[in-house]
Design a protein around this ligand. Structure first.
Ligand SMILES: Nc1ncnc2c1ncn2[C@@H]1O[C@H](COP(=O)(O)OP(=O)(O)OP(=O)(O)O)[C@@H](O)[C@H]1O
Length: 289
């Protein structure tokens, strides 16, 4: 393991009985980067993350997190991680401030509790019992608990589910701030705009296999991002992919104003859907064969 990588995963596999949920995946997370693990429901994201966190055993493969095999990670190692699980269901009678103070006390170099409360926008709810908060506010408490220990590596499993749009934007600012301080982050999300906004690199997992891996702006390969020009040609919808959409549009326009003309630059969502769609089709063929 190099000091450049906070996570190294080689040929990771995990079966539940006969069913293989993770099928030999490889990826690294570099120190200081935000890495997004993307994929549909049941793809194997949580299984992978829980193995990295030390909560779940792997069936085979090699894993290092901060240089340690998570299957044998001790308390010192755990204290260097921040973990925001998919759902924690905080129900206790403690207030936001009490709960954060309690957790801060468990770490050797915690962040200032008041700063954390402000960072997640819960100043007005600091003295409110967590059980009395709205779903989105409880989720902010989960995030606050994940960062209060000043983790080197932060796991965020669908952190903004239930956030309103403004809270999501504030959360993005918070994550960018943590990244600027040097925190390495593993994020899973179903919001592809969130991945595009926050991640440096990412992987798309489907059916337990990695379909794509790389810088977030290059996932799916360069060809997947070639702009598409669409227009109606005598009642027939035409489309052409070109690196020079302007030149094509000018050519079309020279023969008269093209009907229903549009230039589309494939988004991360378009690329994701085509990769995940291919995987689903292959699985379907496999199950029919
Ligand atoms: N304890 C378990 N026993 C049996 N099968 C399981 C278990 N946990 C997960 N699975 C199966 O493994 C597959 C991967 O699940 P996982 O929770 O890792 O997916 P995910 O990508 O995190 O999905 P989501 O986006 O819905 O959270 C699913 O088909 C799931 O049904």
């Amino acid at each position: 393991m190099t000091t450049e990588n906070v996570v190294e995963v080689r040929q990771l596999r995990r079966s539940y009985g006969e069913f293989e949920a993770v099928r030999g995946i490889d990826f690294d997370i570099r120190r200081g980067e935000t890495f997004a693990l993307l994929g549909p429901n049941g793809a194997g994201k949580s299984t992978t993350i829980e193995i990295l966190e030390g909560y779940r055993r792997r069936t085979s493969g090699e894993v290092r997190v901060l240089g340690v095999d998570p299957a044998h990670g001790g308390l010192d190692w755990k204290a260097r991680l921040g973990i925001v699980l998919q759902s924690t269901g905080e129900t206790g009678t403690a207030t936001v401030r009490e709960q954060l103070r309690h957790f801060a006390g468990l770490y050797p170099h915690p962040r200032d509790v008041e700063e954390v409360i402000a960072a997640v926008g819960l100043e007005e709810k600091a003295n409110t019992r967590i059980s009395k908060l709205s779903g989105g506010q409880q989720r902010r408490v989960d995030v606050a608990l994940g960062i209060v220990g000043r983790p080197e590596l932060l796991f965020l499993d669908e952190p903004t589910t239930g956030f309103d749009p403004e809270a999501r934007r504030r959360f993005w600012e918070l994550i960018r701030g943590l990244r600027d301080e040097g925190t390495s982050i593993l994020l899973t999300t179903h919001y592809l705009d969130e991945a595009q906004q926050l991640a440096d690199r990412g992987g798309i997992i489907a059916g337990g296999e990695l379909m794509a891996l790389g810088p977030i702006d290059e996932l799916g390969g360069a060809d997947a991002r070639i702009p598409i020009v669409r227009w109606l040609d005598r009642g027939v919808l035409r489309e052409e992919r070109t690196h020079q959409p302007g030149a094509l549009v000018a050519r079309l326009a020279a023969a008269g104003e093209p009907e229903r003309l549009e230039v589309v630059r494939p988004s991360l969502e378009d690329i994701y859907l085509s990769l995940v769609g291919e995987s689903a089709a292959e699985q379907l063929e496999g199950s029919i064969a």
